[in-house]
Write a protein that binds this ligand. Structure first.
Ligand code: UGA
Length: 447
């Protein structure tokens, strides 16, 4: 089987490497020549655990190739479209420029028998429109949304929770073609659901809207907890034990960012409004607002602590929108860093992987090469992304390396008691502060 994947970003590069690992002759296509060059060498253009190995294996075996020439998609059995659908400038709606351009460039190379499988996240109604564009070539369209999480992209692609096929009424051939592509995954008992284009498109955006809502729900509880002195982490544990609610995605803190959840809930609302359903998804505006208010709160907490200790130097640990990623698109941590800087604070940041991407996005940032370098001379410490490296920090060692005696934990991820025992005041989001233990091990910084 010959597979083409158009778009070699977080979604497409992983999908292409995964297809090659299943034994298919695969070609990844992207208009970005620099990205193609790197991929040809087997180097991912972004950080994603497990991807370098998968890419190199495919490139070395000769089953995985990359090109900037869309004509090379000709003769493929299945062409996946995995280009980005960012937020449109000056609007909440999705920008379909890349999807439309990919399809337009593909049309001359399509032939009867080829299946075009859309993976990009698109507003409901897009697949039907594209199917009509493709029909004269004799090729067919299916919509096959992707649910991978950055940081677990390889695992989620090769061992997904479910496969969703959106197809035209009675299009058995497309179902059979996708079944053939995913045969190895289906053989492991993975659920596969066949539905209409519209349902498949809605499955994708409603899944992300639900996840965003879950996070904002717990962050709304965090806001209330701050007022009444409750602890949102205990609340999450308690409600999460109800199997109907579940504990996952109930981590209160700085909220959601990234290239998907924020723009997807906005695009979903914009599309619903176009369809005359402004009220139906009106709650997503609140979900967005609650989420953004958590960033304000973090800045406010850091400001408060700087005022208390009479300093203006902040060490911010974590810049990526979540751990195990170097992606800083709409990253809450970056937002916090930028705003503190705008207020004239001296912010030194450190992230295990996202320093470079962060600097590309906000060139004024000061990026340290290590935790040690970031915290040296700081007045207040803050955690913006819950990398394992930060969870593993020894607070006693940290206390010996900085004068700061307070840490604002934007992800409620540190062991507050341990940090307090080492002399730190620990401030979480949605939970009472933990005061430094009296007679703490390291109440005075060492010389
Ligand atoms: C999200 C979805 O989880 C994937 O299923 C989907 O395929 C993907 O978008 C997409 O549409 O492509 P991703 O953006 O990689 O995946 O990140 P998530 O793991 O969903 O995390 C999103 C944000 O929510 C992060 O900033 C994370 O820190 C935050 N989050 C997550 C919380 O604040 N609390 C939680 O409990 C969980």
């Amino acid at each position: 089987m010959k597979i083409a994947v158009i778009g070699c970003g977080y979604l497409g590069a992983v999908h292409a490497a995964a297809m090659a690992s299943l034994g298919y002759e695969t070609i990844g296509i992207d208009i970005d020549e620099a990205k193609i060059e790197r991929l040809r060498r087997g180097e991912p253009p972004f950080f994603e655990p497990g991807l370098p190995e998968l890419l190199r294996a495919g490139v070395d075996a000769g089953t995985l190739r990359f090109t900037a020439d869309v004509a090379e998609a000709a003769g493929s059995d299945v062409v996946f479209v995995a280009v980005g659908t960012p937020q449109r400038a000056g609007s909440d709606a999705a920008d379909l420029t890349y999807v439309d351009a990919a399809i337009a460039s593909l049309l001359p190379h399509l032939a009867p028998g080829t299946l075009v499988a859309g993976k990009s996240t698109v507003p409901v109604g897009t697949a039907q429109r594209l199917a009509e564009l493709i029909a004269p070539t004799g090729a067919t369209l299916a919509w096959n949304p992707e649910f991978l999480r950055e940081g677990f992209a390889v695992e989620d692609t090769l061992a997904p929770d479910r496969l969703v096929y959106g197809v035209a009424d009675g299009d058995e051939a497309s179902v059979a073609a996708l079944d053939a592509v995913y045969a190895a995954i289906l053989a492991r008992g993975t659920e596969r659901l066949v539905m209409s284009f519209a349902t498949a498109e809605l499955v994708k955006v409603s899944a992300n809207a639900f996840l965003a809502t879950k996070i904002s729900f717990i962050n709304a509880m965090a806001e209330l907890s701050e007022t009444v002195g409750a602890d949102v982490t205990q609340l999450a544990d308690a409600i999460g034990l109800d199997a109907r609610i579940g504990r996952r995605f109930l981590n209160a803190g700085l909220g959601f960012g990234g290239g998907c959840l924020p723009k997807d809930i906005r695009a979903f609302q914009a599309r619903a409004t176009e369809l005359g359903h402004e009220q139906t998804l009106g709650f997503l505006r609140e979900v967005d607002q609650i989420n953004l208010r958590r960033r304000d709160r973090m800045v406010e907490l850091i400001d408060g602590e700087l005022a208390r200790v009479g300093g203006d130097r902040v060490a911010l640990l974590g810049l990526a929108f979540k751990p195990n990623s170097d992606d800083v698109r709409d990253s809450p941590a970056i937002d916090v860093a930028r705003r503190l800087q705008e207020q004239g604070r001296v912010v030194t940041c450190y992230d295990p992987e996202a320093g470079e991407t962060a600097l590309r996005s906000v060139p004024t940032l000061t990026i340290a090469a290590s935790v040690e370098e970031a915290i040296r001379g700081a007045d207040v410490l803050a955690l913006g992304t819950e990398w394992q490296e930060f969870r593993d920090l020894d607070p006693v060692a940290v206390a010996a390396q900085t004068e700061a005696r307070v840490i604002v934990d934007g992800r409620n991820t540190l062991d507050a008691k341990r940090w307090a025992a080492a002399g730190f005041k620990v401030i979480g989001l949605g939970r009472p502060d933990t005061a430094p233990a009296s007679g703490a091990l390291a109440s005075e910084p060492s010389a």
